[in-house]
Design a protein around this ligand. Structure first.
Ligand code: FRU
Length: 502
């Protein structure tokens, strides 16, 4: 189908999440805050709403919630598709692409060379630069700048390393089918020297893609910094298909050493649940972080889709949303270092939300309890619950009595569940209807959930962002009910607040 011929009503278009106007997108690329603006580039097919013609699309935002789409930033051509990568602000003009007084932005991307070119079938790293703050881009004439002769070498994320070993650019990229992150160093972004490799480790049930490396304080302590290496893999996630894992440890300027590795070498499938995941849901992939965010905040976006069914989700004329922007931080949790995530987007800039629904201190009994006056399809739901005798309790969103997406806690199993088997349209792909679960812990016996519902998705942040599950759903536009439920007994709702955004 071509984008121009789209006719279906656009009822799934999210209000809070970025979508391209009428084309396909996948991975976020080149995330950077520059001159007061957040730039989101992304894998884009400018001509259609399925994967192909890979180029970098572009959008900007002042507040991480309202986005403006711009013309394609870096375009595929007869030689190459433009695969994923990153952007740095070359403030000292090390690359020479700008001037000392007007330093450039430099994009480092994967050239996926086409058949019949000088490097047929090869993936190698290339540069483009912008002298106008990221709106127009020129490809470097001496591309590629880093070629290992590999068909699976991609997704460079470049950071500025400033530490005991010196000050230089560091690239993390992948040898995707070797389950390896490769680290390189450069003074000028043009000539690269191999530093080390990391992996295989933990999950290796699919190719490794889109890595990232960043420093975070533990529990906000600037004296206690740890490095985090994130690696996306496809398939092989904890609930099938695409997902992202992370490792915490040290980077000495040459080598990343993980202190959280469970399995060295190839994956032990039985350990999948023991690895650390950026998100346990089915639809949070290729997540990477922004460069140069003020106040040292670490903000990430993931592609809200899964390669298992990505090209078939029933949206039109666009296909695939981005996730909400998340702030990640590192917490020492009984000796285990874990990422916690909160939504960073400033929802206040959407204007005053319409009336909220709230209740407090109510015991619910076995069954489903419709909340009159709480219906909606773009909402934030905040819930704290204390278990009673029920084996499972929680919320049903986007419901109509028959249809609905169930988000629940099973306290005796210490698990959170998102069940989208009855969520609406599921039959466009055999692996879409799913019940997905994640481990969840409580210290005081109660559970806290913050759920963002946005027309075609639920993003669940549990226990103040210790566990997240992100899932696409395709309900009827008339399925807007919100209910509470308990199965096999009681539970006490300590607090429930629902804020409507559209
Ligand atoms: C991840 C990925 C990347 C690649 C891009 C191509 O989703 O496969 O490894 O650069 O998508 O669109």
């Amino acid at each position: 189908m071509t984008a121009a011929s789209a006719t279906t009503a656009d009822t799934f278009r999210p209000a809070l999440h970025y979508t391209a106007r009428n084309t396909w997108l996948n991975d976020p690329n080149g995330l950077i805050h520059h001159e007061g603006v957040y730039h989101l580039y992304y894998q884009n097919n400018p001509l259609d709403n399925v994967w192909g013609n890979m180029s970098w699309g572009h959008a900007t935002s002042p507040d991480l919630i309202t986005w403006t789409e711009h013309p394609v930033a870096i375009s595929c051509d007869g030689e190459e598709d433009i695969f994923s990568g990153s952007i740095v602000f070359d403030r000292d003009n090390t690359s020479g692409f700008g001037t000392d007084s007007a330093p450039p932005l430099v994009a480092v991307y994967t050239s996926a060379f086409k058949p019949g070119t000088a490097h047929p079938g090869i993936q190698a790293q290339s540069l483009a630069y912008s002298r106008d703050g990221g709106y127009t881009w020129t490809k470097h004439t001496a591309n590629p700048v880093l070629n290992r002769g590999s068909a699976e070498f991609r997704d460079p994320k470049v950071i500025r390393y400033d530490g005991d070993a010196g000050s230089y650019w560091v690239m993390v990229a992948v040898e995707a089918t070797d389950f390896q992150v490769v680290l390189y160093k450069s003074e000028d972004l043009k000539s690269w020297e191999l530093l080390s490799t990391f992996g295989p480790a933990n999950a290796t049930g699919g190719v490794w893609e889109c890595p990232d490396l960043f420093l975070l304080p533990v529990d906000g302590d600037p004296e206690n910094l740890q490095w985090v290496l994130t690696v996306n893999l496809n398939p092989g996630g904890p609930n099938n298909g695409s997902a992202g894992q992370y490792f915490v440890g040290d980077f000495d300027g040459t080598t990343f050493t993980s202190t959280t590795t469970v399995t060295e070498g190839l994956q032990d499938p039985a350990r999948l649940g023991d690895y650390q995941w950026l998100d346990w849901g089915r639809d949070y992939y290729a997540a990477v972080s922004f460069s140069d965010v003020p106040d040292g905040r670490r903000l990430m976006i993931g592609w809200m889709n899964n390669w298992q069914y990505a090209n078939e989700i029933p949206t039109s004329p666009w296909r695939s949303p981005m996730s909400l922007v998340r702030e990640v931080s590192l917490r020492n949790d009984d000796g285990i270092l874990r990422l916690v995530q909160q939504v960073a987007a400033d929802l206040a800039s959407l204007g005053e939300p319409t009336p909220s629904f709230s209740l407090a201190a109510v015991e619910i009994s076995d069954g489903q309890h419709l909340l009159g006056g709480a219906a909606g399809s773009v909402q934030r739901i905040e819930l704290t619950v204390t278990p009673g005798t029920a084996e499972e309790f929680g919320l049903v969103v986007r419901g109509d009595g028959a249809e609905g997406t169930r988000i629940g806690i099973r306290p005796t199993e210490s698990r959170i569940v998102v069940d989208r088997r009855e969520s609406g349209q599921t039959d466009f792909h055999g692996s879409f209807a799913s019940i997905d679960t994640a481990p969840i812990r409580t210290t005081d016996g109660s559970y806290e959930l913050t759920v963002y519902v946005d027309r075609c998705s639920v993003e669940v942040f549990a226990q103040e962002g210790q566990v997240t599950l992100t899932e696409l759903i395709f309900p009827s536009s008339t399925s807007t009910d919100v209910s509470l439920y308990a199965a096999g007994g009681t539970a006490t709702i300590n607090n429930l607040t629902i804020t409507q955004y559209a």
